[in-house]
Design a binder for this molecule. Structure first.
Ligand code: UDP
Ligand code: UDP
Length: 467
């Protein structure tokens, strides 16, 4: 075996939902003595991303950071800023070859974000570089993504009578038609991206997923047996990704720590608190948020609720809670819970013994953080992959999902419905048992000698031997 250092270059896409899992994956390579180069698109869309990067930088000074300065472009006001960034990144990859070729020691493998697949594969093929991707959602969603060009025809032909559609690799197939991301019914950048990129998956050397066998064995087997797409490269389950120390540091900086969350959580009985958060980039309508406040009060449980009024965090600083929720509700809620409108340390919150349930939009990182901590879920998917992830939560028996709540913004779900659903989640003993079983499965996967370590070390050996 060669003694040469394995040099992994990584290129994440926009948003915390993509950057966080990339950095968590990077730390697995760093812990196994690889050299890591991180190509960092700048400026970042959100403040949370730039703070996380700063802390990653100071925690791992050995990492080679390559700033990737993007061409200024005028964002289309109709398009979500994160979405716009994905397009800009795809349009800018022609700037990469000189950056990559100049690196020393030469790059052994390139790991790029799933959203950059086609533009990057043409570059890595020219440079004869092995190209892997990190798909930042579930294996179930990856099956959907892989199968999409085949599905697309039936989607566009679909009539009102079609209520479900078979998708190989999804444990709960046939997939309800209503679970297909609505964005894919329109000629959006995201639909074009999936149509263009899915057929190129077979050109990759492998796919990393933040998941584990105890949760998604059906999908993982189907993907690796070629049942989803013939010629699919190996799909490696290396999750659940573990939050790292540097993430805590960046969260301390973002949060004003008022009110002190940990102290408040410490004072609550075990398993008594409902935690509500819709991720890093989902702002709900104010009507809906007021109903959530009402629902939380009706549930009778104590709660910790992270409010988000704007998609991009920088803009969220401009308005206060009173304006978003109304003074009366804010006052009323003080008796039962904590409501914050700032970045919180979600992983730490989910690991706190007082947390008994999680009202989640089912962004995949949130779902994996809940799995790692054995927390039951009330799934409230809003857009994109989230209904597919919610379907997995439901079939795993670890939470509930009220499908008649619709996609985000489709209708205003009333406080009464929300309160009832929270009670159902918090009282269900079976969810708790299943959540703990999944937690054990997750911990096994990341233990010494577990699937994650074995996979990463096997790959490093393979790369050293240049095979
Ligand atoms: N997150 C956090 N604090 C917040 C909001 C979000 O730590 O106040 C983290 C959360 O723990 C997760 C990520 O941001 O790691 C959100 O990713 P996810 O895939 O759940 O959803 P997205 O934001 O991409 O919709
Ligand atoms: N996206 C968007 N609006 C949507 C759905 C998706 O802008 O309604 C874009 C956005 O860039 C996002 C990506 O498509 O990062 C995938 O969205 P999804 O919700 O599936 O995953 P996320 O990145 O939020 O974890």
């Amino acid at each position: 075996m060669s003694d040469e250092v394995v040099h992994v270059a990584m290129f994440p896409s926009a948003g915390m939902g993509h950057l966080t899992p990339f950095l968590r994956l990077a730390s697995l390579f760093l812990n196994n003595n690889c050299k890591v180069t991180l190509i960092t698109p700048l400026p970042t869309v959100s403040l949370a991303e730039s703070q996380l990067l700063d802390h990653f930088h100071s925690s791992f000074p050995q990492v080679n950071f390559i700033p990737f300065h993007l061409q200024p472009s005028s964002p289309d006001s109709v398009v979500d800023p994160f979405f716009h960034r994905v397009q800009t990144l795809r349009d800018s990859t022609n700037l990469l070859p000189p950056l990559i070729s100049s690196l020393s020691p030469p790059i052994t493998v390139f790991i790029s974000d799933i959203f950059l697949l086609s533009p990057l594969i043409s570059i890595t093929q020219q440079l004869s570089l092995p190209n892997y991707t990190l798909f930042t959602s579930s294996a179930s969603m990856f099956s959907f993504f892989s199968h999409f060009p085949t599905l697309a025809q039936s989607i566009s032909d679909a009539s009102a009578e079609i209520s479900e559609i078979p998708v190989p690799g999804i444990a709960f197939s046939p997939l309800p038609y209503s679970s297909i991301p609505p964005i894919l019914f329109k000629p959006t950048i995201f639909r074009n991206l999936m149509m263009e990129d899915s057929p190129n998956l077979t050109k990759l050397q492998g796919v990393f997923l933040n998941t584990f066998k105890a949760l998604e064995s059906h999908s993982l087997q189907a993907l690796n047996n070629g049942e989803v797409v013939k010629g699919m490269p190996p799909v490696y389950a290396v999750g659940p990704f573990v939050p790292l120390e540097f993430e805590k540091e960046s969260q301390k900086e973002t949060s004003s720590e008022s009110p002190p969350l940990t102290k408040w959580l410490d004072e609550q009985p075990i398993g008594s608190v409902v935690y509500v958060c819709f991720g890093s980039r989902t702002a709900l309508g104010r009507d809906q948020m007021r109903e959530i406040g009402d629902g939380l009060m009706r549930s009778g449980y104590n709660f910790l609720w992270v409010v988000k009024d704007k998609i991009v965090d920088k803009e969220d600083k401009e308005v206060g809670l009173d304006e978003v929720l109304g003074v009366e509700l804010v006052e009323r809620m003080k008796k039962k819970g904590l409501v914050v409108k700032e970045w919180v340390d979600q992983s730490e919150i989910l690991s706190h013994k007082s947390i008994g349930g999680f009202v989640s939009h089912c962004g995949w990182n949130s779902i994996m953080e809940a799995a790692l901590n054995g927390v039951p879920i009330l799934a409230w998917p809003q857009h994109g992959d989230q209904r597919i992830n919610a379907g997995l939560v439901e079939i795993s028996g670890w939470g509930i999902w009220n499908k008649n709540w619709g996609w985000g913004g489709e209708r205003v779900v009333k406080g009464e419905e929300i309160g009832d659903a929270i009670k159902e989640m918090m009282k269900n003993e079976l969810f708790k048992v299943k959540a703990i079983e999944l937690k054990d499965g997750g911990l096994r996967a990341i233990s010494i000698g577990g699937d994650c370590e074995v996979t990463i070390q096997k790959l490093i050996r393979k790369w050293k031997n240049n095979v």
